[in-house]
Design a protein around this ligand. Structure first.
Ligand code: UT7
Length: 335
C-alpha cells in the first residue's frame, strides 16, 4: 500500500542569538522570570535584511541535501508560516521562486503553531491519494519583526524566536505500515471561538479601513495573547491529541521512542508528560535554546534531534502542537 515517509530534514537558525538579559535593555523583565515561567534562555533573531522565505530557503536546501533528493524531483511545496514575506502572494510562492522550481504548486499553511502537523497531514493525504510523490514541507518564521519590544508586549515578546525547519516526504510502498518507516496518522483540530485569545489583529479586512495610524498607536499590529487561557487549553489539548493518535494506532506511551512536542512553554510539555506518564528521557525539548519558533518548532526539533543523535532511523515518534486559532494536532511517524 502507498504511504508517505519522511526521508530527510534540514533547519536554519539566524546568527543573532538573543539572551534573556539582552531583552532587559528594552523592557521590564528578567532572565529569572523568563526562565522560570517558560524555560527559555535564548532565541535567535533574523537580520533585518532577511525575509521569512530566505530562512525557509536554507532549511529547504539542507533538507533536500539530507534526503539525497534533487530539487527537480519535488512535485509540491507546502510552506507553513504565520509571518509571511508579504500579505499576498503566499510565502510558498516566494520560496518556490528562490528554489528555482517554477511550475510546481506551492501551498501556504496558516494554522499557526499547529501548521507543521497540518502540513504533513496534507502531504500524507496527497501522497496516499496518488497525486504527488515527493513533497517539500518547509516551516519558516520571522516573529522578531512583529513583536512589541516595550514592557506592554513583554508577555508575548520574550517567548518567540525566528527559525526554519524543513522535511522531504516521499511515497513509499509498504507491506506493514505499523512496522515500516512511514507516517502512521495525523489528527487535526480547531476551535475558532477562541480566535481572538491569541492573534495579530491588524492589518485586516475585518475593519472599515484595513490599517490606520490609530491601530498602530494601539499596537494592534503586534501579537496579543491571553496567556493564562492559552496555557489552560494547551495543557488539556496536547495530552488529548497524543492520546487520540495512540488510540487510533492501537499504541501505548511505552511504544513511542521519542516525543517531539511544540515548544511554547516548558511547563506545558512537562504537564503533558505528567498527565500521560511519559518518562523525561523520551522527550526532546529545544525551547531553552530556540524559544517558540511557532510553525518551525517541530521540524527544527526534528532536525536538531537527528544531528544530536536523539532521533535515529526506525524510532517511532509522536508529535503534538497547540496554538492560535485555537488549533491543535498530533501525528505519529516512524523515522
Ligand atoms: O505557541 C503559542 C501558544 N502559546 C502558549 O502556549 C503560551 C501560553 N501561556 C504561557 O506560556 C504563560 O501564560 C506565560 C509565559 C505567557 C505567562 O506566564 P504566567 O505564569 O501565566 O504569568 P502571568 O501572565 O500570570 O503574569 C504574572 C506576572 C504579571 O504581573 P502581576 O500582574 O502579577 O503584577 C505580569 O504582568 O508577570 C508579569 N509578566 C512579566 N514579568 C516579567 C508578564 N510577562 C512578563 C515578563 N517579564 N516577560
Amino acid at each position: 500500500m502507498i504511504r508517505s515517509r519522511i526521508i530527510g530534514s534540514g533547519s536554519f537558525l539566524p546568527e543573532n542569538k538573543v539572551l534573556n538579559n539582552d531583552l532587559v535593555k528594552f523592557m521590564d523583565t528578567s532572565d529569572e522570570w523568563i526562565f522560570q515561567r517558560s524555560g527559555i534562555r535564548s532565541r535567535y533573531y533574523a537580520d533585518k535584511s532577511q525575509a521569512t522565505s530566505d530562512l525557509g530557503l536554507i532549511a529547504s536546501q539542507r533538507a533536500l541535501e539530507n534526503a539525497g533528493v534533487k530539487k527537480e524531483e519535488i512535485d509540491l511545496i507546502l510552506c507553513a508560516t504565520i509571518s509571511p514575506d508579504h500579505e499576498f502572494p503566499g510565502t510558498g510562492c516566494f520560496l518556490q521562486a528562490k528554489l528555482g522550481l517554477s511550475g510546481i504548486p506551492a501551498i501556504d499553511v496558516r494554522q499557526q503553531c499547529s501548521s507543521f502537523i497540518y502540513a504533513i497531514a496534507q502531504a500524507d493525504a496527497f501522497i496516499r491519494m496518488g497525486m504527488y510523490k515527493k513533497i517539500l514541507v518547509t516551516a519558516c518564521e520571522i516573529q522578531s519583526k512583529a513583536l512589541d519590544f516595550s514592557t506592554a508586549g513583554r508577555d508575548v515578546t520574550v517567548l518567540f524566536g525566528d527559525g526554519a525547519g524543513s522535511v522531504v516526504i516521499e511515497a513509499v510502498d509498504v507491506k506493514d505500515p505499523t512496522k515500516e518507516r512511514c507516517i502512521l496518522s495525523s489528527h487535526l483540530h480547531a476551535d475558532g471561538s477562541f480566535a481572538k485569545e491569541l492573534w495579530l489583529q491588524a492589518p485586516g479586512s475585518a475593519y472599515q479601513e484595513r490599517m490606520t495610524q490609530a491601530m498602530m498607536n494601539n499596537t494592534e499590529d503586534h501579537p496579543k495573547m491571553n496567556g493564562k487561557l492559552v496555557f489552560v487549553h494547551a495543557v488539556k489539548r496536547m495530552p488529548e491529541a497524543i492520546q487520540e493518535a495512540l488510540n487510533f494506532n492501537n499504541l501505548k506511551i511505552s511504544d513511542i521512542d521519542l516525543f517531539l512536542f511544540h515548544q511554547a512553554n516548558i511547563r506545558i510539555n512537562e504537564a503533558t508528560a505528567k498527565v500521560l506518564g511519559i518518562p523525561e528521557e523520551k522527550i526532546f525539548n529545544t525551547i531553552e535554546r530556540f524559544g517558540n519558533t511557532t510553525s518551525a518548532t517541530i521540524p527544527l526539533g526534528i532536525d536538531t534531534a537527528v544531528k544530536e543523535g536523539k532521533l535515529k532511523p526506525g524510532m517511532l515518534v509522536a508529535s503534538a502542537a497547540f496554538g492560535s486559532g485555537f488549533t491543535w494536532a498530533s501525528s505519529i511517524y516512524r523515522w
